[in-house]
Design a protein around this ligand. Structure first.
Ligand code: SF4
Length: 477
């Protein structure tokens, strides 16, 4: 039976949130590693839903399986019991370079003169186009259109292959944002770019070692968090144990991606040594201090707005309620990377609860506004559900610039804040008030704010952009 006031229950929205580029998971020294790698990828599914893959080694033979789809879908078609081995790496993918084709799903596996290498990458390499071009001109053939493949070519190149510190030398050639897991028949390696854009942590499980983009994956399999891979560090694990070497000099400041804390990472993860939920809680508190307003309820745009909404409510004393309910059963069609794959679908992710918002002055807390279309529709539906006032609070500053370090933002032209004032955006969204956290507020939870990248807000790119890679940049080169 349709209840009075519930006519908007079916109004839902397409997510326009930026997308993460990938999640990594690796294991050394645990018998039957693949079920654990599956769990580690499952815990990081939020970092990429386009495809997933696992490569394992029993010390002699390397086996792999990868496909499009969620981790559970890929490994229902490719049984884990066929992936036997005590060493392995896995990957969940959202493409920021390289289009949607199976060759681009990682880990990438290649047979070089000295054996098989597998690689899994999170980030974006900003000099991939040039390196690729020079290899192609000298006769190399590329299997993928992903920037990650250039590392395989560098490793296979006799210039690096036949010299000491081969992996370190190869890593010195690439620029941009990267966390890599590399695997041979009998070892696993983890490397992080000198700026430390993307996270990568090391854990211990029994006699073995575990690597994960996010610590939530370590927790899920019961591994103990040891430390992060340092920016500019290569960690190698083989039968001799774990050893570390630096392939770059220590930077004066790092450039950890602050957007990981704003939106991407799971709330129970520790990222750049801070718990994600606590950071977001602080953002909410800060927003309440910076943009107070009289209202009846605070609601979150779930899920990434949840912790900040709680923080706003705690700081302001205004009660928190559930104005939106998230549908957790939306299929992956809705999270496919291509805009034209998504845009004609009605978003099934969030539904308004008119019983909560009707007649109320509502503060809606979201993590970010990208194009503005989704936010405008959310406001419209809140009003249709009877909200008397809608005040929007955003737990990051206006996103004005694209990211070239592994996050799939739209172009500058498409970003609503790139060419509009706050008051223009306020009008466009149809809200009664709009408040974005300040840049200082965004960095306030961190002991060393200079160690964070904020380029998408202030345009100060910490690593000079030489090539503006898109998903298609490497297709025809
Ligand atoms: S530009 Fe923005 S999204 Fe990209 S790495 Fe920097 S903070 Fe993260």
């Amino acid at each position: 039976m349709k209840q009075k006031g519930t006519q908007t229950n079916s109004k839902c929205f397409v997510s326009e949130n930026p997308k993460e580029s990938c999640g990594l998971f690796g294991i050394y020294g645990i018998p039957d590693a693949s079920p654990l790698i599956f769990q580690g990828l499952y815990a990081q599914q939020h970092r990429g839903q386009e495809g997933a893959g696992i490569v394992v080694s029993n010390g002699e033979k390397i086996r792999s399986a990868k496909d499009f789809g969620l981790v559970s879908e890929v490994f229902s078609k490719n049984p884990l019991n066929e992936l036997t081995g005590h060493i392995g790496i896995g990957h969940v993918r959202y493409s920021t370079t390289g289009s949607t084709r199976i060759q681009n799903v990682q880990p990438l596996v290649a047979e070089c003169a000295d054996g098989i290498w597998a690689i899994a990458h999170n980030g974006n390499l900003i000099n991939a186009k040039n390196i690729r071009k020079s290899y192609q001109e000298s006769g190399a053939i590329f299997q993928t259109s992903s920037d990650s493949e250039i590392l395989i070519h560098l490793l296979a190149d006799p210039m690096y292959r036949l010299r000491p510190r081969r992996v370190e030398r190869a890593l010195q050639e690439i620029e941009g944002a990267f966390s890599f897991l590399l695997m041979t028949r009998d070892s696993i390696m983890a490397a992080r770019d000198p700026n430390g854009f993307r996270p990568l942590s090391i854990g211990k499980l029994g006699n073995g070692y575990v690597f994960a983009s996010e610590t939530c994956a370590l927790s899920l399999i019961g591994a103990e968090y040891l430390r992060d891979v340092l920016p500019g560090e290569l960690v190698t694990v083989d039968s001799a144990g774990l050893k570390s070497s630096m392939f770059s000099e220590k930077q004066k400041n790092y450039s950890h991606c602050v957007f990981e804390h704003v939106y991407f990472a799971h709330p129970d993860s520790y990222l750049f040594e801070q718990n994600v939920h606590n950071v977001r809680l602080n953002y909410g508190k800060k927003l309440a201090e910076e943009y107070p307003v009289e209202a009846d309820i605070v609601i979150a745009i779930p899920d990434s707005g949840n912790s900040a909404a709680l923080g706003y409510s705690k700081q302001s004393g205004i009660p928190l309620d559930f104005g939106f309910i998230r549908n957790h059963y939306v299929g992956r069609t809705f999270i496919m990377p291509e805009e034209n794959t998504r845009s004609h679908w009605v978003d099934m992710k969030l539904a308004v609860l008119p019983e909560v918002v009707k007649g109320k002055r509502v503060i809606a807390v979201d993590d970010s506004i990208v194009r503005g279309n989704t936010a405008a529709r959310r406001v419209k539906y809140l009003r249709e559900a009877g909200a008397e006032e809608v005040h929007m609070r955003i737990s990051c500053p206006p996103v004005k610039h694209p990211c070239f370090y592994g996050i799939d933002f739209p172009t500058e032209k498409e970003l609503v804040a790139s060419s509009r004032s706050i008051s223009d955006i306020k009008k466009l969204l149809g809200v009664d008030s709009l408040g974005y956290i300040s840049l200082e507020g965004l960095l306030s939870p961190f002991e060393k704010p200079d160690n964070f990248c904020t380029a998408c807000f202030d345009g100060k790119y910490p690593v000079k952009i030489k090539e503006k890679l898109t998903k298609k940049t490497l297709e025809n080169h």
